[in-house]
Design a protein around this ligand. Structure first.
Ligand code: C5P
Ligand code: ZN
Length: 445
C-alpha cells in the first residue's frame, strides 16, 4: 500500500511541473467523474486544463493526441493501450486490466488490488488529485464514479480500496445507509421505482405497472409517494414483502441478497435531487456523455444549474432508449451457444448504451456470459457482461475479448466481468466463434 501512495505522489509531482494538461477520459459515469476530479485539481493547482472524452482510446485518437504535442493525463483509460502511447508525455490513473505494469500509471492491478471491484478510475484519479488540491468535495465524485462502474454490485457494497475511502468520508461527505438498492429512491414514485427495477427482475412487478401498483396497495403503501417520503416502518414492510415475493417465485439467494445493501448518500447535495444518491447521480452522468454531451456531465459535477437541467432532460431520453432497447432484445431474442449467449441489435441500439442493455439482459440468464453487438460508424461495437460467480471458475472477459477481437482485426479490453471491443463490419460470426471457444477454455479448468 505504501508503494501505491508513493506512486500517487510521484505522478502528482510530474503533473505539477506542467503549464498545460490535456485530460483524456472515458464517456461513462466513472470517466466523467474522473475527468472532473482531474480538471478541478489541475485548476486548483493553477494549471491550464482541457478535457476530452473518447469512446475508447483507438489508434486514430492516439495519433491525434500525438500531433498535439501536449502533456496528457489519461483517466479511466490508457492502461490497456500502453504500448501505443510512445511519443506522448503522460500519466495514467486507470483501473482497467493493464497491458503491463508501468511507473507512469497509477493502476490498482500493479499493486495487487482488483481494479474490477476494489478501485474505480475515479478513486485512482482522486489519489493523484488529492495531492494537487485540498478540495474535500472531490471525494464525493470519486464515490459516484465507483458506483457508476457498478463496483458495489458484486457484494451489495463498496469493498477494498473504495471501502477505505467510504469509511474515511462517512459522516462528513457521505452517509452510508442500509437500504433498498433500487434506482430512483430520491426522485421517483415508489410504483415507478419498482416497475423499472431490473436487478433482480421481480416476476409480476418488473416492467408491470399494474403489478407494482397492486403489490403496494396490498401493503397499504401510497404508490405515488417517493421512497424517501415514507417512514422507516413502511420501508421495512416493503422490503420484507419484496423478499418474500421473490422467494415465492423461486429467485436465488444471490439475487435476493442484492435487494438490500449499502447506499451512498451525498450529504452536501439537496434531498430529493438525483445528486443526493450516488446511484442516481451516476445514471444522470451516464445520460449525458453517452449522448455526446459529456461537458454537461462535467457541468453537473461542478454544480452548474443550467447543465443540471439539461442533464435531467437527457436522462428522460436515456430511460426511454433503455426501455426500447430491452423491448428490442425481447423481440429479437437471445441466441445461446455452448458457452455464451448473444444478440445483435444492428443499428437499433446506440453503441454507447449497448453495454447497459447487455448487463440488464444478463439478469434473465446469468449462467453464461452475454455478448451484444451494435453497429457504430466505424465498426461493430461489442459489449460483454458476465456474472461474478464465473470469475471464481476462471472467467476473464477482458482477456477473451482482447484475443478474439484482435484475431478478427479489431481491438478490445476491460474488466473480468465487463469488457468491450470494436471489430470490423461483418466479422461478428468469426468473433463469436473464437470468443465462445476461449470462454469454454477459461471455464473448463
Ligand atoms: O462499452 P462497454 O460498456 O461494453 O465497455 C465495458 C468495458 O470494456 C469498459 O470498462 C471499457 O473501458 C472496456 N472497453 C475496452 N475497449 C473497447 C471497448 C470497451 O477496453 N474497445
Ligand atoms: Zn471505470
Amino acid at each position: 500500500m505504501k508503494e501505491l501512495f508513493a506512486r500517487a505522489s510521484e505522478l502528482a509531482g510530474i503533473v505539477k511541473e506542467q503549464k498545460e494538461v490535456l485530460v483524456v477520459t472515458h464517456i461513462d459515469a466513472d470517466g466523467i467523474t474522473s475527468g472532473s476530479i482531474a480538471k478541478k485539481a489541475l485548476e486548483d493547482a493553477g494549471i491550464e486544463t482541457r478535457v476530452r472524452f473518447v469512446k475508447q482510446l483507438e489508434k486514430a485518437e492516439i495519433e491525434k493526441i500525438k500531433d498535439e504535442n501536449v502533456f496528457v493525463w489519461f483517466t479511466d483509460l490508457g492502461s490497456g493501450q500502453l504500448s501505443s502511447l510512445d511519443g506522448i508525455d503522460f500519466i495514467i490513473t486507470d483501473h482497467h486490466v493493464p497491458e503491463r505494469s508501468c511507473t507512469k500509471q497509477l493502476n490498482p492491478h500493479d499493486f495487487s488490488i482488483d481494479g474490477g471491484v476494489e478501485m474505480s478510475g475515479s478513486v485512482a484519479t482522486l489519489m493523484v488529485a488529492n495531492r494537487l488540491s485540498s478540495n474535500p468535495r472531490l471525494a464525493e465524485l470519486a464515490i459516484v464514479g465507483a458506483v457508476g462502474d457498478l463496483q458495489d454490485s458484486r457484494f451489495g457494497k463498496l469493498v477494498g480500496f473504495n471501502r477505505r475511502l467510504v469509511e474515511f468520508l462517512n459522516g462528513e461527505i457521505i452517509e452510508v445507509q442500509r437500504d433498498l438498492r433500487f434506482f430512483g429512491k430520491q426522485t421517483r414514485p415508489i410504483a415507478k421505482m419498482l416497475e423499472y427495477n431490473t436487478d433482480p427482475i421481480i416476476p409480476g412487478i418488473t416492467g408491470d405497472e399494474n403489478g407494482s401498483l397492486k403489490f403496494l396497495n396490498s401493503l397499504g403503501i401510497d404508490p405515488w409517494k417517493k421512497w424517501i417520503e415514507i417512514t422507516k416502518e413502511e420501508k421495512r414492510k416493503v422490503v420484507s414483502a419484496i423478499v418474500r415475493h421473490c422467494m415465492d417465485f423461486g429467485l436465488g439467494y444471490d439475487e435476493i441478497k442484492r435487494i438490500a445493501g449499502e447506499c451512498y448518500i451525498l450529504l452536501h447535495q439537496p434531498e430529493g435531487c438525483e445528486k443526493r444518491d450516488a446511484m442516481e447521480f451516476s445514471t444522470l452522468l451516464n445520460a449525458t456523455a453517452r449522448y455526446g454531451e459529456a461537458e454537461i456531465g462535467v457541468g453537473v459535477c461542478f454544480g452548474d444549474e443550467k447543465a443540471f437541467s439539461r442533464a435531467r432532460t437527457l436522462l428522460q431520453n436515456h430511460r426511454k432508449n433503455i426501455a426500447n432497447g430491452i423491448r428490442l432484445v425481447e423481440e429479437i431474442g437471445i441466441k445461446e451457444l455452448k458457452n455464451v449467449q448473444y444478440f445483435h441489435a444492428g443499428k437499433e441500439i446506440k453503441d454507447t448504451i449497448i453495454g447497459i442493455i447487455a448487463g440488464m439482459s444478463l439478469v434473465k440468464n446469468p449462467k453464461k456470459p452475454i455478448i451484444a453487438f451494435a453497429e457504430s460508424d466505424n465498426g461493430v461495437k461489442v459489449s460483454a457482461r458476465a456474472n461474478y460467480r464465473l470469475v471464481e471458475r476462471g472467467l476473464n472477459l477482458s482477456k477473451a475479448i482482447k484475443l478474439a477481437s484482435e484475431a478478427v482485426g479489431g481491438s478490445g479490453g476491460g474488466h473480468n466481468v465487463a469488457a468491450g471491443a470494436l471489430i470490423p463490419f461483418g466479422s461478428e460470426e468469426k468473433f463469436i466463434e473464437i470468443f465462445n471457444e476461449l470462454i469454454g477454455k477459461q471455464l473448463e479448468n
